[in-house]
Design a protein around this ligand. Structure first.
Ligand code: CP3
Length: 349
């Protein structure tokens, strides 16, 4: 422990220390709603952007240079670690991610590798070095991230996005031993990747469990997911940086999600912040939770939703303003700018 208190708003809020204004960053803050991003995407594929450190660094900084954000998030995706494990990933324009050789049975799970991050993910680690060096003097923390085991397993088994997670749940319920091996392999790969992101300069880490809550109820979550998430958060402790535990659709059992670990709990838009905070305990920082789609409304309407989130946080230290999920690609730039400035001005202390 050092007796030096953190200075950035983000780092102070995550320790539940008082701040001069509420810190704000936005999931998917780099992306297609920005003209600068679309211009680069016209020349390079999604994977080319991620796998070229200078380009990934440039995209990461686009929203930082356009808005007064309190944290950056490295431009990458949760799915590339699956490439290293042996899966053939493609981002298909207009369709999203596709895995051409999805996992079908326990033998496929036995075949999966668990290579160290530097074998397949060096470009992202390099991009983190570039961006963290650039942002350190500006005292803006850079967030590294990875997918949680369930969310990654669902892509690996479904071969892409899914509405009902039928294949994933069929394997989980009927082959529990193989499911355990798959989840353990994912924990190994993700823990290694996240620890190396922190070593490369990420000042915080976010674990995205985007789909567990949409797929599973409380009992199944605690049996098939929680032990692995708990192990992952435990393995991240030596990183020495704050870890954000983000999930969606988990309101009915948010206390179980929070019990898995993480210094900050990310909350989706489905539950008021105050109620979420009561479930996880007020000594833990909370991140969220404006519905991203409110940014598609005119400013006067959007403002009422921002006010509600700020009212729910009740001016407590320990609130990091964010969305309940990622920014939509049709979001007007002006609404993003006004949102960030409005949160700062309204919460100035
Ligand atoms: O937040 C940020 O600014 C960092 C960048 C980031 C991306 N993906 C860039 C991206 C992050 C944190 C992610 C995480 C991610 N990726 C998640 C978890 C977060 C969440 O949204 O729940 C998931 C489930 C994925 C998988 C994924 N990647 C999907 C389903 C898609 C298609 C979505 C779509 O809108 O087309 C992607 C592609 C993707 N990842 C884009 C971006 C900017 C769009 C790529 C493009 O076509 O330019």
């Amino acid at each position: 422990m050092t007796n030096k208190e953190p200075t950035s708003r983000f780092m102070r809020a995550r320790c539940c220390l008082p701040v001069d204004a509420t810190p704000v960053w936005l999931m998917r803050q780099a992306g297609r709603y920005m003209q600068e991003y679309r211009a680069l995407r016209a020349k390079y594929s999604m994977l080319e952007l991620i796998q070229t450190p200078e380009l990934a660094a440039e995209v990461t900084l686009q929203p930082i240079n356009a808005f007064d954000l309190d944290a950056a998030i490295i431009f990458a995706d949760i799915l590339p670690p699956l490439i290293g494990m042996g899966l053939k990933l493609e981002f298909v324009p207009g369709k999203g991610p596709v895995i051409h050789n999805p996992i079908c049975n326990p033998e496929d799970i036995d075949q999966l590798g668990t290579p160290p991050a530097e074998e397949f993910l060096t470009p992202t680690l390099e991009a983190i070095k570039i961006v963290s060096a650039e942002l350190e003097p500006r005292r803006i923390p850079l967030i590294g991230f990875a997918g949680a085991p369930f969310t990654l397993a669902s892509y690996a088994i479904e071969g892409g996005g899914s509405k009902d997670y039928a294949k994933t749940k069929a394997l989980m319920y009927s082959q529990p031993a193989a499911w355990g091996i798959l989840m353990e392999k994912l924990v190994t790969v993700q823990a290694d990747y996240l620890l190396k992101q922190a070593a490369a300069g990420a000042g915080a880490l976010q674990v995205f469990d985007s789909w567990a809550g949409l797929a599973l109820g409380k009992e199944a979550y605690n049996r098939y997911v929680a032990p692995y998430n708990t192990r992952l958060f435990e393995m991240l402790k030596p990183a020495g940086v704050p870890v954000i535990n983000f999930s969606t659709g988990t309101s009915p059992y948010l206390e179980d999600v929070a019990a898995c670990g993480g210094d900050v709990v990310g909350v989706d838009f489905r539950m008021p912040l105050g109620a979420a905070w009561e479930k996880i305990g007020f000594e833990r920082a909370i991140q969220g939770n404006l519905d991203s789609m409110t940014l598609l409304a005119p400013w006067d309407e959007l403002k009422t939703h921002i006010d509600r989130v700020l009212d729910e946080a009740a001016g407590r230290p320990g609130h990091i303003f964010n969305l309940g999920h990622g920014l939509h690609k049709t979001t007007p730039i002006d609404n993003v700018k006004r949102l960030v400035d409005y949160v700062h001005v309204t919460t100035e202390r």
